[in-house]
Design a binder for this molecule. Structure first.
Ligand SMILES: NC(=O)c1ccc[n+]([C@@H]2O[C@H](COP(=O)([O-])OP(=O)(O)OC[C@H]3O[C@@H](n4cnc5c(N)ncnc54)[C@H](OP(=O)(O)O)[C@@H]3O)[C@@H](O)[C@H]2O)c1
Length: 319
């Protein structure tokens, strides 16, 4: 399988995996109090993030995902700082707050460009839909930004099938493809298979960007009912005792399959996603080691039988 692809029907050439940079950037000052300060616990910092970025660059995995709201803008600033002067594909998302209106779009775009220190954004994604926002009007704003050269490729995130079709149609009227829909997808989160998003992406030629592909760390095999989660994980449902106990047979199978190839549970869990040509996972990496391990999921393949075994052991999560 090719390690590069194009994002949907756009002309953006991307690796088959990206690196999630949601936890990057030291939240300082007010950002510390921001509700969207996301930390799964465990300190990292500039040097570790730099190593993660370098590791990706050396391996050709040069797609990094961030958002205006992560750590109140600190994550975008950090990625911009690390990316300066490099051939990096930056995917970011707007808005930076929940009171966003379509009229705020140009302001949001300028603010992200300033934080990233760039003249244009490679992939600009609407972070989450809202009843208050007209999708066609918003997509018109996006199309204007593409025509002005400030946005290269358009994506959405957390969109349902209907919302995705609406965005796709509105952009098509302006001759612009909707390249991607970024939704949560992992062996432990199978909603895109059930709600039709996975199929609709394939039908429309839209790449499904899979966020939280390691189920926020639950599929790495390092957490269990005995290993106490810290930070945000203390309140995440994936990490309560019952959920941790339930996931152990899944981790065990990931380990067994991984042993055949010299890979660990994370790598097998990511590979399961990569086996679907239209799915592009963006595992979060806090350091060079995590980035390097995750990228190594590009270097092997699962057999159809192994894919089926993984699907059977996770049937309870396909609801
Ligand atoms: N569009 C949206 O609404 C949305 C929502 C959430 C996330 N995202 C995007 O998706 C990206 C990834 O999602 P995520 O961070 O929620 O979850 P994830 O990728 O499933 O899990 C990432 C976490 O797992 C641990 N980890 C990663 N690689 C590992 C390895 N090789 N070995 C051991 N542990 C490893 C790290 O945490 P520890 O070191 O603390 O264990 C890391 O922070 C984010 O960075 C963000 O860009 C988007």
């Amino acid at each position: 399988m090719e390690h590069k692809t194009t994002l949907g029907k756009s002309s953006l050439h991307v690796p088959r995996m990206g690196i999630g940079a949601m936890t990057w950037g030291d939240p300082r000052g007010l950002a510390r109090l921001h509700p969207a300060k996301i930390a799964y616990g465990g300190a990292h910092g500039f040097e570790e993030e730099q190593r993660a970025l370098e590791t990706g660059m050396v391996a050709g995995v040069n797609l990094f995902d961030t958002a205006a709201m992560y750590s109140g803008g600190a994550a975008e600033r950090r990625l911009g700082e690390l990316a300066r002067g490099r051939d990096i594909i930056i995917a970011t998302k707007y808005p930076s707050g929940f009171s966003f209106r379509v009229e705020d779009f140009p302001k949001e775009l300028e603010a992200s460009l300033a934080r990233l220190g760039r003249d244009s954004i490679d992939l600009y994604q609407h972070h989450y839909p809202s009843n208050r926002i007209s999708i066609p009007q918003l997509m018109d704003q996006l199309a204007d930004a593409v025509e002005a050269g400030k946005v290269k490729t358009v994506g959405v995130s957390n969109y349902s099938v209907e919302q995705m079709r609406e965005a796709h149609m509105a952009l098509a009227r302006r001759g612009i493809p909707l390249a991607s829909n970024q939704v949560q997808y992992s062996l432990l989160y199978r909603k895109p298979e059930v709600d039709g998003v996975l199929d609709a992406c394939r039908e429309l030629g839209i790449t499904l960007i899979a966020y939280s592909p390691l189920a926020m760390g639950a599929l790495t095999g390092k957490y269990s009912a005995k290993v106490k989660a810290s930070g945000l994980r203390r309140i995440l449902p994936n990490f309560n005792k019952k959920a941790m106990d339930a996931v152990q047979p899944v981790v065990e199978l990931l380990r067994q399959i991984g042993d055949r190839y010299g890979k660990n549970p994370s790598q097998v869990a990511l590979r399961w996603l990569i086996e679907n040509e239209n799915v592009l996972p963006i595992p979060g990496a806090k350091n060079g080691k995590q980035a390097s391990e995750n990228i190594d999921a590009l270097s092997f393949s699962l057999t159809p039988e192994e894919v089926e075994m993984l699907e059977r052991v996770t049937l309870a999560w396909r609801v």
